[in-house]
Ligand binder design. Structure first.
Ligand SMILES: N[C@@H](CCC(=O)N[C@@H](CS)C(=O)NCC(=O)O)C(=O)O
Length: 351
């Protein structure tokens, strides 16, 4: 199956299965890596309205795409489908939609779009995924490439005032810190939470908090991670920080401190949360339901905690005193459309 798929589908190569290797957790990093580009080199040119970005508001990897899409104003050019927060072994469903079907793709499960791409598809039915609407087939689920292509290939459809989230002059620094954040934080929380031995847990926990300490030092005198403005690196870190107290601290045992007990990172995260395009994409209910219900092997009771109280996210952050220009020469995005608004906290920046 693998060979047939690798031969038939550009950018879909052999790799590793999503397995527990030894007693540590190893993430499946085999993606469908076909790209949607301005020149259409993989057969999928950037085209307004042709594709559908499928996400879950629970998923940190999908959240990166959701925020970047909002900041760049790609909502009309790249419409979005939101799957329900929980799923069974057959993965994501459109149970939030009327009749339990995505209104554009007409399918009940994201799995159908993966199987339309390849009837023998045998790996994760993951979000984010981009589906080609005319054929109903998944084009890509390569979450990191999806966001880079939104920034660098979908430029013809960026809104006026869209920020430059990946300035060429800063890209080496963004890539370097982004790699550290990916390994130790974005993925580190999973390696901590899914560890199957005390040693594997301890190693991931140490790396996670050592990295958070270094990021905290970096952010003590700098409003954003790289340069004076929000970049892709901030989006990457935010998606983990915003889940920290709600799910990683308890469910994944990342509990040296809560985010709310790490003053610099907590203020930094609140600053971003209160910036248009960030907090207005966060759905704490979806996040908690997904993690506590879907990972039943580490939460067999299926109890979803009531806390923590999220109102602290709206407390003043005091970070404007550090300077910085959140959107550089650009402007903040307008509030989300009613169809995409999350039933969440009121974000004062929009008032
Ligand atoms: N697959 C990517 C990121 C996407 C991802 O893992 N998404 C999760 C949700 S947070 C997912 O869709 N899981 C469903 C599944 O594997 O069945 C990775 O593992 O690095």
């Amino acid at each position: 199956m693998e060979g047939v798929l690798a031969a038939a589908v550009p950018g879909y190569g052999p790799g590793m299965t999503d397995v527990q290797r030894g007693k540590g957790y190893t993430r499946d990093s085999r993606y469908i890596t076909t790209r949607i580009t301005a020149d259409g080199r993989d057969g999928f040119p950037v085209e307004s309205g042709r594709y559908r970005l499928v996400v879950s508001r629970a998923c940190p990897w999908a959240h990166r795409a959701v925020i970047i899409r909002r900041l760049l104003g790609l909502e009309e050019a790249l419409p979005m489908a939101v799957a329900g927060p929980t799923h069974d072994a057959r993965s994501w469903t459109f149970d939030l939609d009327p009749g339990g079907r995505d209104p554009v793709l007409g399918i009940e499960r994201l799995q159908e779009a993966y199987l339309a791409r390849d009837p023998d598809y045998d790996r994760g039915i993951t979000v984010p995924a981009i589906v080609d609407v005319p054929t109903g087939r998944v084009v890509t689920n390569d979450y990191a490439q999806i966001t880079f292509d939104m920034m660098l290939e979908w430029t013809a459809h960026h809104r006026p005032g869209a920020p430059d989230l990946y300035p060429a002059a800063l890209s080496p620094e963004i890539d370097a810190i982004g790699g550290e954040i990916y390994t130790d934080v974005n993925d580190g929380v999973y390696r901590t939470g899914f560890a199957k031995s005390q040693e594997a847990y301890g190693a991931a926990y140490e790396r996670l908090f050592a990295r958070l300490d270094r990021l905290s030092e970096r952010l003590e005198h700098s409003r954003y991670l790289v340069g004076e403005t929000i970049t892709e690196a901030d989006v990457r870190l935010f998606t983990s920080l915003v889940r920290f107290d709600a799910v990683y601290h308890g469910h994944f045992k990342c509990n040296r401190q809560k985010l709310a007990e790490m003053p610099v990172l907590w203020a930094y995260a609140r600053d971003l949360f209160q910036t248009p395009g960030f907090g207005d994409t966060v759905d704490f209910d979806h996040i908690k339901q997904h993690f506590y219900l879907v990972h039943s092997h580490i939460n067999p009771s299926g109890i979803v905690p009531d806390g923590p109280d999220p109102s602290g996210w709206l407390e003043p952050h005091g970070r404007a005193a550090l300077g910085g220009r959140p959107f550089g020469d650009g402007t903040p995005p307008a509030p989300p459309s009613p169809a995409e608004a999350v039933p969440s906290l009121h974000v004062p920046s929009h008032s």
